[in-house]
Design a binder for this molecule. Structure first.
Ligand code: NAI
Ligand code: A1CAB
Length: 266
């Protein structure tokens, strides 16, 4: 029988997850409940048959899987609220940045060995192109398989040690924003060299998508693919070297480190 899923915190990510599960046909709309305090922004989900409510307790009680998608500073209050209805028969999945499975488990200690997962997806989950990193504790192989299948439905998934979860947040979740900024810079450059914004956007986005698919489908290394493009004395290497002279790779590496340090500090 299909599991019922409660997404607690229907914001950017919570809504994207609900949309991705629906788009992939992973479960029927009626098996998904999304909660937030102000329901107005959840109306579009409701129109697709997803249940919406501001009642976290009822949503969790009626569900087999409780997916926590609130902000880090909100999670302890939410988990405390849900303690009466969470037990070892339920699966808790947290997508909350920087909050460990132990911190969540400690709030549930009175309920025994509750299966807790951490999942770090990104907003591309809405179109089933997420990269999701998963860690877990107290979970059976069946529960692990189900959670992996859930996130496989909405992109690619990899199991990691929890100690890498902050790094996963940066590379795999913040990474969507980094990629968007790179694409936007290409659009700005494209306009400067003559394209209208719409054409520049199409070319820039598809070119980045194609580059990523080359790596994902062929399993090659970026430098192998770069060598196929950089004709000797050609225009590509002239532009690429100028970007490196301006600090392209170094700025990205420093930015990733800055995001990581921010998580570690919070
Ligand atoms: N946005 C992203 O790309 C990613 C976000 N995350 C993590 O996911 C979590 C959510 O992030 P966003 O969706 O961006 O934030 P958000 O602020 O858009 O969503 C949080 C939602 O939780 C709701 N909420 C707060 N307290 C609540 C309560 N007591 N009961 C019910 N709902 C409540 C808020 O109304 C809001 O809609 C954060 O912990 C974030 O670090 C992780 C990976 C990617
Ligand atoms: O920026 C943030 O804190 C969250 C975590 C990853 C994406 N958004």
């Amino acid at each position: 029988m299909s599991k019922k899923i409660a997404i607690i915190g229907g914001g950017n990510l919570g809504i994207s997850i609900a949309e991705g599960l629906l788009a992939g046909g992973f479960t029927e709309p009626g098996n998904i409940t999304v909660t937030r305090r102000n329901l107005t922004l959840l109306q579009p989900l409701s129109q697709k048959g997803i249940r919406i409510t501001s009642d976290n307790l009822a949503a969790a009680q009626e569900s087999d899987v409780v997916l926590l998608a609130v902000k880090p500073y909100q999670i302890k209050e939410v988990v405390k609220e849900l303690v009466p209805v969470i037990g070892a028969d339920k699966v808790v999945i947290s997508v909350v940045t920087g909050v460990s499975m132990k911190e969540i488990g400690d709030e549930l200690v009175s309920k025994g060995a509750v299966p807790v997962f951490r999942a770090m997806p990104n907003t591309a989950i809405a179109i089933r192109e997420s990269m999701t990193c998963i860690s877990h504790v107290n979970a059976s192989q069946e529960q692990i398989n189900w959670v992996l299948e859930l996130f496989n439905q909405v992109g690619r998934v990899v199991v990691i040690e929890e100690k890498l979860m902050d790094a996963a947040t940066v590379l795999g979740a913040c990474g969507t924003a980094y990629a968007m900024r790179y694409i936007r810079a290409n659009i700005q450059g494209g306009i400067e060299i003559g394209f209208d914004a719409k054409t520049a956007s199409l070319i820039a986005a598809q070119t980045v998508k194609g580059a990523a698919e080359l790596l994902l489908q062929k399993g090659t290394h970026p430098e192998q693919e770069i060598d196929k493009v950089t004709t000797p004395k050609g225009c590509t290497i002239a532009g690429l070297n100028e970007m490196e002279h301006q600090g392209l790779s170094s700025s990205i590496i420093k930015g990733i480190s800055a995001s990581f340090i921010k998580i570690q500090m919070d």
